[in-house]
Design a binder for this molecule. Structure first.
Ligand SMILES: *[C@@H]1O[C@H](CO)[C@@H](O)[C@H](O)[C@H]1NC(C)=O
Ligand SMILES: *[C@@H]1O[C@H](CO)[C@@H](O)[C@H](O)[C@H]1NC(C)=O
Ligand SMILES: *[C@@H]1O[C@H](CO)[C@@H](O)[C@H](O)[C@H]1NC(C)=O
Ligand SMILES: *[C@@H]1O[C@H](CO)[C@@H](O)[C@H](O)[C@H]1NC(C)=O
Ligand SMILES: *[C@@H]1O[C@H](CO)[C@@H](O)[C@H](O)[C@H]1NC(C)=O
Ligand SMILES: *[C@@H]1O[C@H](CO)[C@@H](O)[C@H](O)[C@H]1NC(C)=O
Length: 416
């Protein structure tokens, strides 16, 4: 396995190929008056390989990715594999470090996201850090955001290692600096985005029902908002939990508060209102960062849920169309899209963009730690032992690395 991409990729064959490829693009451009889509005359695989050799900057413009929907596509084989490994990136958190924990198959590392009508170059760490010079990027949300940030730190570690400059005690709120680029990364723990009191210990065991104020954005992120130049923000699975909902400091109803006399209202309204209040804050704030509103991440527990023996031991992606979204995922996503559209119509599309990772994530049941969320799970146990699976977070390296490729492409589009 190639662990770190290095200059040996610039083999003469690939350079020749890249030049031919460039000429092909230029001639196509001269011949075509409406060059909106990238012409895939060469096979997807060759095109992907050509992009992977970091073509000169002007090729970007020739590829004209602009009109292409980055989120509609398929996973294609990628012999290059990831930019980092469990040994080259020192900051992978243990539950995501599938390789070290003993996951035996590695096939899940050799896929890349291929939008239908264009190619998605992999994140160019050097260029990314240059773009982010003197800037900040904040990830606001739940543990999927933390998973995402870990991936970014690993990808960027090829060029510069992040320095930990702040963390709270449970390491849920953190800040890193890339000193030679004066670039700061935040991760902010706000699983509901709005004000909430939760009563869970580190193992997710609850000693009281969540009290959620769906109309008050959580000050943990709003108080820091003026320090953010770029923000990735989104909701998700925490809204499925049982909670009592408050609006205007008054109980509105609850989800799953059996036995009390509070009215069950389901969580759809709560999700809608929490996103609505979040996006309202964002559109009214004086600070105008570039915002990527990330859609929800589906899980892949099969034959059970996380707490009832569900597992995920697939070793290959699904193909587009091979899997259906579940009703709850569909419902949450529709709420997200409606609230996003509302915010855009109010705000102007300007600096608010959709990071629509739901579908591409749904196609990767193979990318989760499963039982390899713990070190050598079968050590001293028999092969059929019942072991808790994680089919929600992502192995690192793993499919979530592609989310950073998407962010890079979106930032580049925003600059052009
Ligand atoms: C990385 O994972 C391999 C197994 O895939 C293991 O042998 C090695 O010890 C791990 N290295 C580190 C630094 O965790
Ligand atoms: C680092 O960036 C911040 C803005 O994020 C700026 O205020 C500060 O002057 C920069 N520091 C240096 C040493 O350039
Ligand atoms: C919120 O509650 C206060 C009283 O606590 C009330 O005066 C106010 O009208 C309420 N606002 C809305 C929008 O319901
Ligand atoms: C049920 O609701 C009423 C008012 O709506 C309240 O007075 C009463 O204390 C509640 N009972 C319980 C068990 O919470
Ligand atoms: C996945 O696990 C199930 C249940 O333990 C087993 O029946 C199945 O063969 C496994 N599949 C693979 C690909 O390992
Ligand atoms: C969001 O909330 C506002 C009130 O603050 C309301 O006018 C608007 O219709 C809501 N948008 C959506 C899409 O629910």
């Amino acid at each position: 396995m190639k662990q770190i991409k290095s200059n040996n990729l610039f083999s003469s064959a690939l350079v020749k190929f890249a030049v031919c490829f460039l000429l092909l693009c230029i001639s196509y451009r001269l011949l075509s008056s409406s060059f909106v889509r990238f012409p895939l005359e060469v096979s997807d695989h060759e095109a992907a390989a050509a992009a992977a050799v970091e073509p000169p900057q002007f090729v970007d413009d020739l590829l004209l990715n602009e009109g292409c929907d980055l989120f509609n596509g398929d996973w294609i084989p990628d012999s290059d594999g990831p930019f980092y490994s469990n040994s080259s990136c020192r900051t992978i958190e243990a539950p995501q470090n599938c390789m070290r924990n003993g996951r035996p198959d590695l096939g899940y590392l050799y896929w890349r996201w291929k939008p239908k009508d264009c190619i998605l170059p992999k994140l160019d760490a050097k260029r990314f850090l240059e773009m982010m010079k003197d800037k900040s990027l904040a990830f606001v949300g739940d543990s999927i955001m933390r998973n995402h940030v870990q991936s970014l730190l690993c990808v960027l570690s090829q060029v510069e290692e992040a320095v930990d400059i702040y963390h709270d005690e449970p390491y849920k709120n953190r800040r890193w600096s890339f000193p030679s680029h004066n670039f700061t990364v935040f991760v902010v723990w706000a699983p509901f985005l709005t004000k909430a009191s939760t009563f869970e210990n580190d193992d997710g065991v609850s000693s009281g029902i969540i009290q959620l104020h769906i109309d008050e954005p959580d000050t943990i992120w709003t108080d820091q908002y003026e320090d953010f130049d770029h923000v990735v923000i989104g909701g998700g699975q925490w809204f499925l939990k049982y909670a009592i909902y408050y609006e205007n400091n008054t109980i509105l109803g609850c989800h799953g508060c059996h036995g009390s006399n509070i009215t069950e209202v389901g969580f759809e309204h709560a999700y809608r209102k929490a996103l609505n209040s979040t996006l309202k804050f964002v559109s009214e704030a004086k600070q105008k960062p570039y915002i990527l509103f990330r859609t929800m991440t589906p899980d892949h527990f099969e034959n059970g849920e996380w707490d009832s023996g569900g597992y995920c031991n697939r070793t290959e992606p699904f193909k587009a169309g091979e899997v259906e979204t579940r009703d709850v995922d569909e419902m949450m996503r529709n709420v997200e899209l409606e609230e996003f559209e509302w915010a855009v119509s109010r705000n102007g599309a300007g600096s608010l963009k959709l990071l629509d990772t739901t579908m591409l994530s749904l196609l990767r049941p193979d990318g989760h730690p499963g039982v390899y969320r713990q070190f050598q799970p079968y050590q001293g146990k028999d092969k059929d032992a019942k072991i808790q699976n994680d089919c929600l977070h992502w192995c690192l390296p793993g499919p979530i690395d592609s989310w950073n490729d998407l962010i890079m492409e979106m930032l580049l589009r925003n600059q052009r």
